[in-house]
Design a protein around this ligand. Structure first.
Ligand SMILES: Nc1ncnc2c1ncn2[C@@H]1O[C@H](COP(=O)(O)OP(=O)(O)OP(=O)(O)O)[C@@H](O)[C@H]1O
Ligand SMILES: [Mg+2]
Length: 491
């Protein structure tokens, strides 16, 4: 009887009256917002999956790509009650059929899915924002926990994939953990505490005005567990790893782009930093002592202060140390947060002292040859033997010779794997091996501890001191060079 316009206006009016007097307000979170996927929808789905109990009558089960576990979800048109800060809310999963599409850039799913959140009007201002933030955070946490770590590499040499990403990823399933890592337990605990403080330190970093990042320099002979330590860190914190191949990066700006495309909660690794690129002669490159170079640097602010992005030309690879330091330390390092930088090297003395200066890399970790505490961890890992399972004399003998032998944990692991079927034989052969290597080292005077009376800690300190001394010398030379440059400029 009524014309449709009138009917529509009446319904609208009625709806308004209804909402005016209703004690609830409703929020729709649709799966697809226009043509884009709505991140909040996925987050809510994941978040609710942690609150839905398996006891429900009808649940939807999903297992995402790269995920190692199954998540439960609300099935169609089901609802669930949740509480946050003492406020109760209701979530409903709404699924309706989509009307047939006439034209679309991208085919949309046939079903229109969404969540409706019902909150009491009086609670809306109290919780809405913080509740949604909390959901996003929880969802990220669940995602990280469910998903296997990812290992990213830039080995494609600067080319981008179809989505414009310079990084290529593979699932990362390294079994190394701090438990299996053979090193001094006290040092290990310090590193674990440091990592934990970092991961939980958002407020601290905010309060102190520091960028939320941390740098570790791992150094020591090959086979002492530097790469294993990185894997253990990633497994401990649940972070992804970005393995940065510096030789594949052609300029400082490319390095910056790579950094911008890394996600937070990740470890950015540069392995063998001394070998991957010649970063030592940053100011001397191109013969800076010649007049011509000095003149050029006078007019080129980037070369002059050594801290600009300084894309130098000439050799094919124009990435510079200042570019790298900007990457880890400068303003660019702060785009994104919660990042850990790890550099590894076998020769700390070859590194530019600028990298070693205090504040650059927050922690310098020396991965040493196998000592007695690490040996005990390896025996436990590979043979399942605790101290009580090994003959006391054998154990004391091992303790006496292990440091002289200068065997890396990789060598010891090899020796133990070889005889893992016959544990007694493994112990005997390992002891023989340790003894014979120790004797050879003492005979050749190879052990610095014997010839120069230095302990391991002193050796480490000596190496770092030598590196920093050489930096001071270099700075003196640089000052002379700059004076020369200034004179040339004045002329
Ligand atoms: N500290 C350690 N604890 C447990 N296993 C270790 C340790 N160090 C080495 N290993 C064993 O030796 C193998 C090689 O170690 P890793 O690759 O971590 O050494 P690295 O220090 O990174 O060597 P490189 O300097 O050559 O890269 C590992 O697969 C691991 O099984
Ligand atoms: Mg390694």
């Amino acid at each position: 009887i009524f014309p449709p316009e009138l009917r529509f206006a009446f319904l609208k009016f009625f709806n308004r009256i209804f909402h005016l007097f209703s004690t609830y307000c409703y929020f729709d979170i649709t799966e697809i917002d226009g043509v884009n996927t709505n991140e909040l929808y996925n987050a809510v789905q994941l978040y609710l999956s942690s609150s839905v109990s398996i006891a429900g009558n009808r649940l939807s089960l999903t297992r995402a790509v790269n995920s190692s576990s199954i998540t439960f979800g609300l099935s169609n048109n089901d609802s669930i009650v949740d509480t946050f800060n003492g406020v109760t809310v209701l979530w409903e999963h709404v699924v309706t059929q989509r009307q047939t599409q006439t034209f679309a850039w991208r085919p949309l799913p046939e079903e229109k899915r969404g969540f409706t959140l019902r909150i009491k009007k009086k609670d809306k201002t109290l919780i809405l924002n913080s509740y949604l933030d909390y959901i996003m955070e929880r969802a990220n946490e669940i995602r990280r926990k469910n998903q296997d770590r990812l290992l990213y590499t830039n080995s494609r040499g600067g080319s981008l994939d179809s989505r414009g990403h310079p990084w290529e990823s593979v699932p990362f399933k390294h079994p190394s953990t701090f438990e299996t890592l053979a090193m001094d337990p006290i040092k290990k605990q310090q590193i674990m505490d440091d990592l934990k403080d970092f991961a939980e330190g958002q407020l601290f970093y905010q309060k102190t005005g520091r960028a939320w990042k941390r740098g570790y320099l791992l150094y020591g002979p090959p086979g002492t567990g530097k790469s294993s330590m990185i894997a253990a860190m990633a497994n401990y914190l649940g972070y992804d790893i970005y393995d940065l191949e510096l030789t594949e990066v052609h300029s400082n700006s490319e390095l910056r782009k790579l950094l911008m495309k890394t996600s937070s909660k990740s470890i950015i690794v540069i392995e063998d930093i001394d070998c991957s690129i010649n970063l030592t002669n940053r100011k001397k490159s191109g013969g800076a002592s010649s007049n011509e170079a000095a003149k050029r640097s006078c007019y080129d602010p980037e070369t002059r202060n050594g801290s600009g992005s300084g894309e130098e030309s000439g050799n094919g690879n124009t990435i510079t140390l200042s570019g790298l330091l900007n990457f880890t330390d400068g303003l660019w390092s702060c785009c994104g947060s919660e990042r850990i930088f790890v550099f590894t090297t076998n020769h700390i003395e070859k590194l530019d002292p600028a990298l070693l200066r205090s504040g650059r890399m927050d922690m310098h970790i020396y991965m040493s040859y196998c000592n007695f505490p690490s040996l005990k961890i390896l025996l436990k890992n590979y043979l399942g033997y605790g101290e009580e399972d090994i003959n006391d004399d054998v154990l004391r003998e091992m303790e006496r010779v292990v440091e002289k032998a200068e065997m890396t944990p990789a060598d010891v692991s090899e020796a133990l794997i070889k005889n893992r079927r016959d544990k007694e034989k493994a112990i005997v052969e390992l002891l023989e091996d340790l003894k014979s290597r120790g004797e050879i080292n003492v005979k050749d005077g190879k052990l610095r501890g014997h010839s120069g009376n230095l302990t391991e800690l002193e050796i480490v300190e000596e190496e770092e001191k030598r590196a920093i001394d050489s930096q001071n010398e270099e700075e003196d030379n640089d000052e002379e060079e700059i004076e020369l440059e200034d004179n040339i400029c004045k002329d």
